[in-house]
Design a binder for this molecule. Structure first.
Ligand code: AMP
Ligand code: MG
Length: 381
C-alpha cells in the first residue's frame, strides 16, 4: 500500500531501516557549537553558521565556535552546543558561563533509528506515528496483510431487512449492522449475506454461500440457544466441526464455534446469540481477538480503566458479567455509573454507554464506592 493509504492496516513483515535517523549529529538547541576541550579563558571567535538544511562546511579550531540552530548539522570538529542563553557575546567573541561537557545538547546520528533496526514490527496495526516513522526512513510503500473477509448473516424468521414491510411480530434485523460496524472498526472486510430464516435448507445454503464468496470466517447471530430449533445445530454440525457452548457470561450465554469445512478448506464460524447486546458483548469478549489474529495483527489486551462505581450493581458470583456504563473523569480520576436497564435486548443503552464494566467470575454484588474495571468502547476497535 502507498504509505498515505496504510493507516490501520496490519504490517506484513518487519520494516527494517536501511538508513540511520537522524542522519547526522545535530544540535538540540539554538546556540554555539564548539569542542568541549575549550578552556573557557578567553572569548571564542564565531567563524560561521550552521542552520537547519544549511550545514557549516569548514574546520573549527580550538578557539573558534559556530553559530548553530536546532536541527542543524554539527560541524565536524565540534562535540557540544552551548545554548545561546548561557553565553556572553562581545567584541572578543563568545564567552561561556559555566562548563562544557562533551556531547551536551548534541543529538547523535542514529539515536532514533540505527541502520538495520526493526523500525516497525510485523503484526503492528499501523498508527499515525508509524506513518511518520516510515516516512523518516524514506519508505513510501508498506507491505500489509490482506484484510480478512468475514461473511455475516442473521438468522430468525422474525427478522426483516430495512425497507421490507414489518408485519405484526416481526422485527428489524439490527445485529448485522452492529456486527458489520464492529468488523469494519477492526479492519475486516465484511461480506453481508443478509437474513436467513429458521430453515435448514436456507441455513445450509448460507453456509455454502459464505464459503463460496471466499470468506475467511463466518459470523452469524441468533438461533444458537438451547431452545432453538434443532436444525440450526444439525446444519452447523453437518457443515463442519461446530460445538455449541453455554458460557458463564452475562449477557451472552449461548454461543456456537467451530470450523466449517468446504472444498478442502476450513474456516472458523462464530454463532453469536441473537439478543442485540449479547451479540455485541460476545463479539468484544470472544470474537475480537480471533479477528485480529486472523488479520495477522499482534493481539494485545483490551485497554481498561479502573473507576469508582457511583451506584451498587447486583452481581452473582459464578459468571463474568458485562455492564453497560458511562465513565467520566474528574479531578479525582475515573467515575462510572451503569446505564439504566441492562436487559440484553436493550440496544439503546449500548449506544448511551461509553464502556463495559467487567465484573469477574468470582465477584459478588458491587457496593457504591467500590472500584471496578471497565473496557472503554474506543479501546475495543
Ligand atoms: P435467538 O438467539 O435467535 O433466540 O434470539 C434471541 C432474541 O434476539 C430474540 O428476541 C430475537 O428476536 C432477537 N434477535 C435475533 N436476531 C436478531 C437480529 N439480527 N436483530 C435484532 N434482534 C435479533
Ligand atoms: Mg432466533
Amino acid at each position: 500500500m502507498p504509505l498515505s493509504a496504510a493507516l490501520d492496516r496490519v504490517l506484513a513483515s518487519d520494516l527494517v531501516s536501511h538508513v540511520q535517523v537522524p542522519g547526522h549529529d545535530n544540535s538540540a538547541m539554538d546556540g554555539y557549537a564548539l569542542h568541549s576541550r575549550y578552556d573557557g579563558t578567553k572569548g571564542l571567535r564565531v567563524i560561521g553558521e550552521s542552520r537547519a538544511g544549511r550545514p557549516y562546511a569548514g574546520p573549527v579550531g580550538d578557539q573558534e565556535c559556530v553559530r548553530i540552530f536546532t536541527g542543524a548539522v554539527m560541524p565536524d570538529d565540534c562535540d557540544a552546543v552551548i545554548p545561546q542563553e548561557q553565553v556572553a557575546v562581545d567584541a572578543d567573541g563568545v564567552t561561556i558561563e559555566g562548563t562544557v561537557s562533551p556531547g551536551q545538547h548534541r543529538r547523535l546520528a542514529g539515536e532514533d533509528l540505527a541502520v538495520g533496526a526493526i523500525t516497525i514490527a510485523r503484526g503492528r496495526k499501523i498508527t499515525p506515528s508509524d506513518l511518520g516513522l516510515a516516512a523518516s526512513i524514506g519508505r513510501d510503500v508498506l507491505t500489509v496483510v490482506r484484510r480478512p473477509r468475514v461473511a455475516v448473516f442473521s438468522t430468525g424468521n422474525e427478522l426483516r431487512d430495512l425497507g421490507a414491510p414489518l408485519e405484526r411480530g416481526s422485527i428489524r434485523d439490527s445485529n448485522r449492522y452492529t456486527l458489520i460496524g464492529m468488523l469494519t472498526r477492526l479492519g475486516m472486510e465484511a461480506i453481508d449475506l443478509g437474513i436467513v430464516g429458521d430453515d435448514p435448507v436456507a441455513l445450509d445454503a448460507a453456509l455454502v454461500a459464505a464459503c463460496g464468496v471466499g470468506a475467511d470466517a463466518v459470523i452469524t447471530s441468533g438461533g444458537v440457544s438451547a431452545g432453538d430449533a434443532d436444525h440450526t445445530r444439525d446444519v452447523m454440525r453437518r457443515a463442519g466441526d461446530v460445538a455449541f457452548w453455554k458460557l458463564a457470561i452475562k449477557p451472552g450465554r449461548p454461543m456456537a464455534f467451530g470450523l466449517l469445512a468446504h472444498g478442502g478448506r476450513s474456516i472458523p464460524m462464530f454463532g453469536l446469540p441473537g439478543n442485540p447486546v449479547a451479540t455485541m458483548v460476545v463479539f468484544h469478549a470472544l470474537v475480537r481477538d480471533a479477528m485480529l489474529k486472523l488479520a495477522g495483527a499482534r493481539v494485545e489486551p483490551v485497554p481498561s480503566i479502573t473507576a469508582v462505581c457511583e451506584t451498587a450493581i447486583p452481581k452473582s458470583s459464578g459468571r463474568t458479567e458485562f455492564v453497560r456504563a458511562i465513565a467520566t473523569r474528574d479531578a479525582h480520576g475515573w467515575r462510572i455509573r451503569p446505564t439504566g436497564l441492562q436487559g440484553s435486548g436493550i440496544l439503546r443503552s449500548m449506544s448511551e454507554a461509553n464502556c463495559l464494566i467487567v465484573l469477574d467470575h468470582d465477584r459478588g454484588p458491587v457496593a457504591a464506592g467500590e472500584t471496578v474495571e471497565a473496557w472503554p468502547f474506543q479501546g475495543l476497535g
